[in-house]
Structure formats: C-alpha cells, structure tokens
Design a protein around this ligand. Structure first.
Ligand code: AMP
Length: 278
C-alpha cells in the first residue's frame, strides 16, 4: 500500500501506474470503521486501483469544538486499509489542499441544502463540496464511493459532479450497522458503552417507520418525537421525512416515488445522524 502526503507525489504515481486502469476513490476523515471498509471493498470490486483519502476537512466544521474533538486513529486506520487491500492512501496536511486563510467556496445546490444538515450545520455543505471538488480534480477517479448514511451529502455530491462536468460516477453504498442497528460512525468512538446501547433507539425508530409506513408521515413523526422524549440523555435535533433526490420535506407518501426518513440526535453531547430509504 502506498501512502502519499502530497498531491504532487500522488499525481506522479498515478501518471506512472494508472494508465488504462479504472480508479475507485473513497474520501474519508479517518477514524475508520467497518462502514468505511465496505466502501473500499466496493471500490476493490469495481475498480482496478482503490484510493482512500484521510483528511479531516476544517472548512466543513461549523462547530470548532466538533473539529477539535474529532477522533484521530491514523495508525489503526492504515492497518485497516492495508488489511482490506486498499492500494493507495492520500493523507495530506491542511496546506496541501488549502492556501493559508482559504475559505470554503459558495455553491448553489438548490433545494438539496435547505433542510436537515443544511439547516442545522450552516456552511457545512459548502465546506464539504469545496474539499470534494478539490479531491475529484486531483484524482479524477472513475468512480467515487459515498455512504448512504450521509444521504443528503450523497445527493449533493452527485449534483456537484454534474456542476463540475466531471466524468466521475458517484456511487452510493448502503449503510453498515452494528448488531444493535446503530450505524457505524467515527463519532461512536466518543460514546460510552451504555450510550452506544441507548443509541440503538435511532435505528429502532427508523425501523419502526419502515414497518409502519401505512400509518402515515404525521403519526410516524410524532412516534419518533415521543420515543426520544422518553430518554433524557437524548436530544432529538430533527426527524424529517423527505423526497429522495430533492431532499424536500414531505407530508404524505403520495407525492413521491421514493422517500427517506432522516434523524439527527445528540447523545451525551455527541451528534449522531442516520436514515432509512422507505
Ligand atoms: P466520514 O469519514 O465520516 O467523512 O465518512 C466517509 C465516507 O464513509 C462517507 O461517504 C460516509 O457516508 C461513509 N460512511 C460513514 N459511515 C458509514 C456507514 N456506517 N456505512 C457506510 N458508509 C459509511
């Protein structure tokens, strides 16, 4: 496995060794887990060369505290990537991707950014798109892999690739969960064992929606709100039913073919998000 700390080294290597080969790219912020590994496995299956980037992107953190406590487990990350047979890791310092003082670009993603993470994390998607645009330009992958766990991000990146007129295909990959249903997340590392157990409430609520679709959006939403009120360690930030592709809120199923229920909640100060496509 090659590890590159600068884009020049990475691009030099790709120019020499990737001719005629397909490149699969998985961007991450490290603190890797089985969800990330699943993305790399998909990349290995579908492409000749798999590249994973590990870069905690400062411009997508609207909360400096969240950035400061973001977990860093580089040594284990590299071992996991070696084990899953990732070919190349790009792990640059901030100044390889941003000039000093550089801010996020401003994008127009229309309805995709008006609610959910767009509403509760102002500036987050501009920061995310800024770094993804840079990485796609540096690597020019055949396919880039993104988790459905960050559903809104997935649709925004698809839109970004279109705006960039990029040849890269943006592939969504299913969410990997633990036995209790809790979605794998780097932030789970910040939860106590008891908090992890309680956090399965998020999946239980999503699952309830899937199994009780017939009772309608309004009743499902109030079921979720009631469940979260029962546990004082949890603060529900949003429980929203949205149309896939536009990410606009829906009040009933009739208007759309495919929808999703998305939840964001804080448990013991840790922000967790998850969703299910209905
Ligand atoms: P992050 O390191 O959190 O920025 O995530 C990097 C990529 O991994 C994103 O495309 C995420 O959507 C994806 N990802 C995170 N958690 C999971 C999971 N549990 N299952 C599948 N993909 C995930």
């Amino acid at each position: 496995m090659y590890i590159f700390k600068s884009k020049e080294e990475l691009q030099k290597h790709l120019a020499a060794f990737s001719k005629g080969k397909t490149i699969g790219f998985t961007p991450t912020m490290g603190a890797l887990h089985l969800g990330h590994m699943h993305l790399i496995e998909q990349s290995n299956l579908k492409c000749d060369i798999s590249i994973c980037s590990i870069f905690v992107n400062p411009t997508q953190f609207n909360n400096p505290n969240d950035l400061a406590k973001y977990p860093n487990t580089l040594t284990t990350d590299l071992e996991m990537l070696e084990n899953v047979k990732c070919d190349i890791v790009y792990n640059p310092p901030v100044n390889d991707l941003y000039v000093k003082g550089e801010k996020a670009k401003s994008y127009d993603f229309g309805s995709l950014t008006t609610i959910l993470e767009g509403e509760f994390r102002p500036g987050h998607f501009n920061g995310m798109a800024t770094i993804i645009q840079k990485l796609l330009n540096i690597i020019n992958p055949t396919i880039a892999f993104f988790g459905q766990k960050d559903l809104q991000q997935l649709y925004i990146v698809k839109n970004l690739a279109k705006q960039m007129k990029s040849d890269t295909y943006i592939e969504g990959v299913e969410t990997v969960r633990g036995k209790s249903g809790l979605a794998k997340s780097s932030r789970n590392k910040l939860l106590s064992e008891n908090a992890k157990k309680e956090a399965s409430l998020i999946y239980n609520c999503l699952n309830y929606c899937e199994n009780n679709k017939a009772i309608g959006v309004t009743k499902l939403k109030s079921h979720i709100q009631k469940e979260f009120l029962k546990n004082e360690n949890f603060t529900l930030e949003y429980a929203e039913f949205v149309a896939l592709k536009t990410m606009l809120p829906i009040k009933d199923w009739e208007a759309v073919n495919q929808s999703a229920v998305c939840i964001s909640a804080y448990h013991s100060g840790v922000r967790l998000i998850d969703n299910i496509i209905l």
